[in-house]
Design a protein around this ligand. Structure first.
Ligand code: SF4
Length: 319
């Protein structure tokens, strides 16, 4: 099954910005591209604005009017309603496509995900912290489970790894229920992500475990919807070095009988080196995968933690 990713058109190189330029992201347009199918949207073009066009911004007009999307040089040119309707309709349409992620363009009053500048009538910035582009607000509201990330933040190896991991996990979730949303399919999926949840959020690991144990007492379609959001929000939390170390030690326990003294010491040293930050996560994981090949274990082999996405993406080198 293809992995569909929403993307701000300018981020994959389309010349749709106000100045006829683009904001092509090398990672998105070149490295991620072979693994996904893009669904590209430029909401400003979508509401009929031309290329090039006057710049627009978020303007806080105070109560009771609130924040408006207006032209920078002519605040009477107000696109708020048009953009809100376009965004609602587009988000509704996209929610039926099994999108697995969305990359939006940072700082845009339309597509920005966070810290978009909101201006006051005086021309000063009202707040740089709270602004979210109108289109992206609608995406987040309609699909709270969807991994959304800004182009610039994907230069951070930890944010990038987490985002790509969530994309593959959501695709995996949809594939798991492709033959029907059943209790068995969801329980099997959850079982494959136990180590992942332990690494990303031990508290969600416990809470979701209880939720899944009670699956028989829920309407399956409602369960699917709630589980998807809770699971995706849990894995959006960063897998810390401490939590990863706990998972590695947990994995180590599976090989207690299979490894000799020297092999055990070698694995323990690598886990210790990862915990101290002198080795990347990939080092102990590679050794664990090697031992797993020698000593197959059905439960471990199906754990997504050990093979979360194609190795060729090389995302774990920086962790
Ligand atoms: S940031 Fe969004 S609205 Fe602006 S050019 Fe890019 S896709 Fe279009």
């Amino acid at each position: 099954m293809t992995i569909k990713i929403g993307v701000s058109s300018c981020v994959i190189g389309d010349k749709v910005r106000f100045d006829s330029g683009h904001k092509r992201s090398h990672f998105v347009a070149s490295e991620l591209e072979p693994f996904v199918d893009f669904v590209s949207v430029c909401p400003e073009v979508g509401i009929g604005l031309p290329v090039p066009r006057p710049t627009i911004r978020l303007l806080d007009r105070g109560e009771p009017i609130g924040v408006r999307l207006v032209e920078t040089k002519d605040a009477d040119a107000d696109y708020t309603e048009k953009m809100a309707k376009f965004s609602r309709d587009k988000a509704e349409h996209l929610s039926g496509l099994e999108l697995c992620g969305y990359v939006v363009c940072a700082k845009s009053p339309t597509c920005g995900m966070e810290r978009v500048k909101v201006y006051r009538e005086s021309g000063y910035v009202a707040s740089e912290k709270v602004g979210v582009g109108l289109y992206t607000q609608a995406l987040m509201k309609r699909m709270p489970w969807l991994p959304i990330e800004e182009d610039g933040r994907l230069n951070d190896p930890i944010l990038k790894e987490n985002f790509v991991f969530r994309i593959f996990a959501l695709r995996d979730f949809y594939d798991s229920v492709a033959d029907g949303v059943t209790r068995h399919a969801i329980v099997a999926f959850h079982s494959r992500y136990k180590l992942v949840l332990m690494a990303h959020s031990p508290s969600d690991y416990k809470a979701l475990g209880k939720f899944v144990a009670d699956i028989a007492n829920h309407d399956i379609n409602e369960f699917f919807t709630e589980y998807r959001t809770r699971f995706m929000q849990a894995i959006a939390k960063r897998a810390t070095r401490k939590n990863n170390t706990n998972v590695l030690m947990h994995l180590q326990g599976y090989f207690k009988r299979a490894l000799d003294k020297q092999q055990k010491a070698e694995l323990a040293d690598l886990i210790h080196a990862y915990r101290k930050g002198t080795m990347p996560l990939l080092a102990p994981l590679t050794l664990i995968n090697h031992h797993l090949n020698q000593n197959p274990d059905a439960y471990l082999q199906q754990q997504s933690y050990l093979h979360p996405y194609p190795d060729s993406l090389r995302l774990r080198y920086g962790l």
